[in-house]
Each structure stands twice: as structure tokens, then as C-alpha cells.
Ligand binder design. Sequence first.
Ligand code: FAD
Length: 303
Amino acid sequence: MSALSVASRQRQSAPNVSFEFFPPKSDKMEAKLWESVARLTPMAPNFVSVTYGAGGSTRDRTQATVAKIAQDTPLSAAAHLTCVSATKEEVLQVATEFWNAGVRHLVALRGDPPAGMGEKFEQHPGGFRDSVDLVQGIRDYDIAPGARFEISVSCYPEKHPDSRGWDQDIAFLKAKQDAGADRAITQFFFEPDVYLSFLERARSGGVTMPIVPGIMLQPNFKGLCRMAKVVEASIPGWLHELYDGTEDDPETRDLITANVAVELCHKLADQGVEDFHFYTLNKAGLALSTCRMLGLKPKAQVA
Ligand code: FAD
């Protein structure tokens, strides 16, 4: 990219960003998470979210992490919540605990079956049937006087493995919106057209809520390929080429990862996309450099 095009990029308004973290499993990971949160805070994200382990396995850690973000930082904290392995009452109790801890935003998901993706999802006896039922359940539940969670949901521009076809997927996403979802966040993807075609389908199907692209910042290419296989997201041939031979070179992989993310965001921004959700994997450096290259400045530096 020439100096001229860098300058013209910088004249475009900087995007809105959000960051996704996972709850740490060890003291070392915990220290890294809080260092990442501190380094990313000046980017003034719309919100930061914390994932909920499969089957609610990280319930306590998710809760402790989002509560600390809500209470000890200026950030807006969002807690992921799933329907798996819990009754409706248990799920709503967790939502209430999030609310009481100062969390005002949920990412409401069906979740994967306890045996893992690929297995058939079975509704827990007494549990929510699916993500639409969960969103409706949260909206119908009287958590506290005047309480209203902001609710984000997922969507899948390359289809989820459980997809019953595009028409049903879009109708299902519309049902999440009708049940009270405020925003959808996409599964990761690498080609802008994947997102743009999905957006067109969703808009034609009556989905009017924001659909925020989820941008993956995974520099471990082998790990990315494993993840993509499970969730049936495609990894383009050119990405294989870029990482080829970098197996023992994490520094180069980081640079590739940030550049790929920036280029994808720029292409989407050229089509009018203004919000990006970054899957940070709890690493600040990649998210920070990506944001800087998209024109975001630390808040203190914004005059
Ligand atoms: P849904 O979107 O509810 O459904 C999955 C697919 O099945 C869709 O294609 C949908 O159209 C179809 N489908 C389901 N029910 C119906 C129906 N009744 N009629 C027609 N079609 C139907 N997992 C975690 O365990 N913890 C997390 O914190 C977490 N965070 C995530 C965040 C994001 C942004 C994304 C994209 C995914 C996340 N996941 C998380 C993964 C997610 O839990 C899995 O992909 C899970 O298999 C599906 O849950 P969902 O709410 O995304 O599914």
C-alpha cells in the first residue's frame, strides 16, 4: 500500500471495535488476560465479551472475569451464556448473577452439545430449546425493576454445521431478532464476499439488526485450521500459502495475522462496515496493532 493510500485510509473514520476474551485457566493465563485488558482499554471498545465454556464448564471463571471487568475497568462487559446442560431456572439464575455483578450485556447462545460439535444438540430437560428460546426467556424474565440486558447473538456466514439451509438460517436469525436480540456477531471468515453475501441474504430476509463481522486473530495457523474444520469455516488457499513455512516463526505469523485482519477490515470498511468484533485469544498485541492500523488511537491521544 502506498503512503498516499495509507493517508487516505487514515482519513476514513476509525471503526468501532469490540474484543472477545476467554476466561483464564491458570494464574499465568490470568495475568496475561488482565495485561491484555489493560492494554486494550485505551482503544475504547464498544464492549468486551467473555466466553462461556462448553456445557457451562467455565461458569465461575466467566462470572469472575466479567464481574471484574464490569467493576474494575471503564469497559462495558458482556457475558456469553449458553443453554447447555442447565435448566431454564439455572440459566436465568446465572443471568441474574451477571446483572447483579454490573454486567448489562449478554451474548446469548445455544452452545455445543456436551459431547462436542458434530453430536446432535439435545435440549436439557427443563432447559431452553435453542438460542431463540433463550433470548425470549431473558426478555420475559423479570430480573430486576427496569432491568434490560443488551443481547447479542451469533450468526454463521458460511453456515453452521447444524444448518438446515439458508432460508431456515435467515428465518432463525430473524426469529432471534424478533425475540429481542439487538445485534448479531458472525463466526470468523476470511473473504469479504462471504460476509457481504450473508449480509445481503439477512437483509433480504428482514434482519435489520447490526451484523458485526467477527475477525479472528489466531496466529497459530495449525490451531486455526483445526478450529475451522470443526466449525466448517473455510480457510482460503492464499492463507495456507501465506503461513507456509512459518511453523517455527511465531513473530512472522503474528505479522501475517495482523496484516490479514487489517486488509479484511479495510475491504469491509470500503463497503460501509463500521463495527468489528475481534477474537483476541487474550492477546493484546495483535488486536492493538490491528486497531492502530485501522486508524484507532488510544483514547487519551484523541484530542
Ligand atoms: P444457533 O445460531 O442458535 O444455531 C446453530 C445453527 O443451527 C444455525 O445455523 C441455526 O440456523 C440452526 N438452527 C438451530 N435451531 C434451529 C431451528 N429451530 N430452526 C432452524 N435452524 C435452526 N460456544 C460456547 O460454548 N461458548 C461461547 O461463549 C461461545 N461464544 C460464541 C460467540 C460467537 C460470536 C459465535 C459465532 C459462536 C460462539 N460459540 C460459543 C459457539 C456456539 O455455541 C456454537 O456454534 C453452537 O454450536 C451453536 O450455538 P449458537 O447459539 O451459535 O447456535
